[in-house]
Every structure is written in structure tokens, then in C-alpha cells.
Ligand binder design. Sequence first.
Ligand code: GCO
Ligand code: MN
Ligand code: MN
Length: 390
Amino acid sequence: MSERLTPLPEDKFAFGLWTIGHLGRDPFGDATRPPISPADFVRGLGRIGAWGVSFHDDDLVPPGATAAEAGKIKGDFRSALDETGVVVSMATTNLFWHPCFKDGAFTSNDPEVRRYAISKALRAIDTGAEFGAPTFVFWGGREGVESAASKYPLDALDRYREALNYLSAYVKDQGYQLRFAIEPKPNEPRGDTFLPTIGHAMAFIQTLDDPSMVGLNPEVAHETMAGLSFYQGVAQAIWQEKLFHIDLNDQKIGRYDQDLRFGSEGIKDDFFLVRLLELTGYSGPKHFDSRPYRNEYGDGIWEFAANSMKTYLALAAKARAFNSDPAVQQAAELAGVNALAEPTVGKFSTASAAALKAEKFDPEKLAARNYFNERLDQLVIDHIFGLNNK
Ligand code: GCO
Ligand code: MN
Ligand code: MN
């Protein structure tokens, strides 16, 4: 099997400043690692062969920085980008950390908080555009409730929509080349989050002033937390041309958001996900939104990052081998995989409906068919384990 396990720029592997650089702080304990400056972070990415970097406004320039401090941080960041060739692949805004967002940002009950949130997002969009980010992500961390009595959800959705409409009009007004991507999550930090899944977010997008400008940034961990198949969700997002960005990580079902290393848990799901992204020619960033284990230190955090990319490439190689294996093709044929790509009845006509009603079917015979799913699925396992005569 021809395996390339070293990343190239065309793989479009990207990491956020808050990911590899996560300090290891959790609700039960303080930081276990020292901070890395944005510029050093970019240099680290350059060393491991990553292509892109993403940031929240506050990861790049800490809140409260003076204009001079902000200028220095941005200048150093820019120099590191120029030195390494790493690009800014996505920008976003932190509307969850400051206590003023405790009741939500775009959906806070306090109109002043809502106006502040939109103002902060406008400025973060400017920063994203300044660094050439093609995508701006909205993860509604605090957009939700613990007490259902505290918000009328239809009003909250109106305010969410109002904010996104306003911000997309701003992007057009400024002539920025930037699209929005909504990142759904079912809960955490709120008890219930608005736009909890890929499906909710895609339906919401259709109600916006310009749905074409807004897509999705789905995350493995978030759909898995909801007990949903990330693979099926992403497939529908691709089908609806809404996969603008993707957050790759891993997650055990039924837990808090673990943000584990991609490929560290659901290896079979990850295989199908990578196969889907490769088969459909997904061309956006492959963005790892994960964090090293809290007890990782020093070079361990870069090993974590390199391994995320290596696993993706290994799974892509496995997917290619799987697709071209004659045994797989034969089993897929027996399973009828290709037959599902054929139209069933085509477009409606009165005559064809009459003919269809008159057609004789033999349900008993149809029921007696084997679909060979066991054979096909075992071939998946054989390929992942490398048992496929290669
Ligand atoms: C989370 C989210 C975040 C977002 C990030 C960018 O669950 O914490 O995944 O990491 O991806 O805020 O929007
Ligand atoms: Mn997450
Ligand atoms: Mn994420």
C-alpha cells in the first residue's frame, strides 16, 4: 500500500491557537503547561508540516491589551506566518469566556449584552479579514439555557438570526472574501444549546437573508455527544453543499466534550469519515479542534499534533486501498451499493404512475435476497487491521 504519512500543504491540515496550545486547565484543576505565544505557535506548526492556523480574537490579542501591545502581537504573528508559509485558515470570536456572556451572547436576555456581542464579532471579523481568513466560525457556546423558563426559544432564534444577518451584511458591505460557518453543539457549557446539531443548524441557515454565505463547521465530538453519527451528518452537509469547514477530534459517547486526538477513539467511524471527505473531494481545511492529554508536557504536545495528521493520512491510504480492492468492489456489487445510485422511478408522469401501479412485484422473492453486509463490513475491519493480503 502506498502510504504517505508526512503532511503536505495540499492536505490543508490546520490547528487553532487554543488546541495544541491548550494549557490543560479544566473545571477541577489549573494549567499544567506554560502558554505559547501566537508567533511561536505558528513556528511550531511550520516545523510539523501543518498548513493553517486559526484563532479566536482573544487568543491572538488578549482582552485588555493596549493598541501598542496588540500591534506588536499581530506584527510578530504576521512575521511567523511569512517565515513559515502557514496561512490563517479560519477566525472566530470568543463570545463565551467573559462573565458578561453568562446568559448568552446573541441570545442574551440583556439587549446591551447582545449589542456588545455583535460589536465584538464585527471587530473579530475585521481581524479575520486582516489576516486573510476565508471562513469565520460561530460556535454558540453560551447560546442556550439551563432553565427553559428563562427564554422563549422562538425569540432566541429570532435574535440569533438577526445577529447573523447583520454580520453577513457587514461582510458584504466591507467587501470581505469571507464566509460563515456555524458550529453546532448539543450542550456544554449550557444545559441545552440553541442549534444543537448539524440538522438544526442546516435548517436554520435556510431562514437567513443569504443562506449561500453560511455553512457549517461540524465537530466529531459534538455530534457524538448527542449520540448521533457524525459520518451521516457530515454526508448530508456535503449533499446540501454546506460543509465549509470541519473540526476533527475524537470522543467517547455519553461524556462531556473530550476533544480527544483525532483517531484516538472511534477508529472505524474515523475511517468512514476520512473516506467520505476524500471521495467527495472536500477541499476546505481539515482543522483539528482537539487538545493534548492534560498530563502531556513539552514536546509531547507537538507529538500529539503530528499524530493527528499522521492518522488522517493513514486512514486516507486505507480508504484508497479499500476502494480499489476487487474483493470490496465485488462485495459492494452484491450488497447493491452501486444500484442505489440509479434513479428509482425518475420524474413523475400520470402514465408512469399508472404503469407502476399495474406492475407485478413479488415481495417474497424480494425478501429472499441476501445483501452481503457481513462480508462487506468484515472487509472494512480487514482493511483497518491490514489483513487484506497486502
Ligand atoms: C468547543 C468548541 C470550540 C470551538 C471554537 C471555535 O466545544 O469548545 O468546539 O473549541 O470550535 O470555539 O469556534
Ligand atoms: Mn468541542
Ligand atoms: Mn470545535
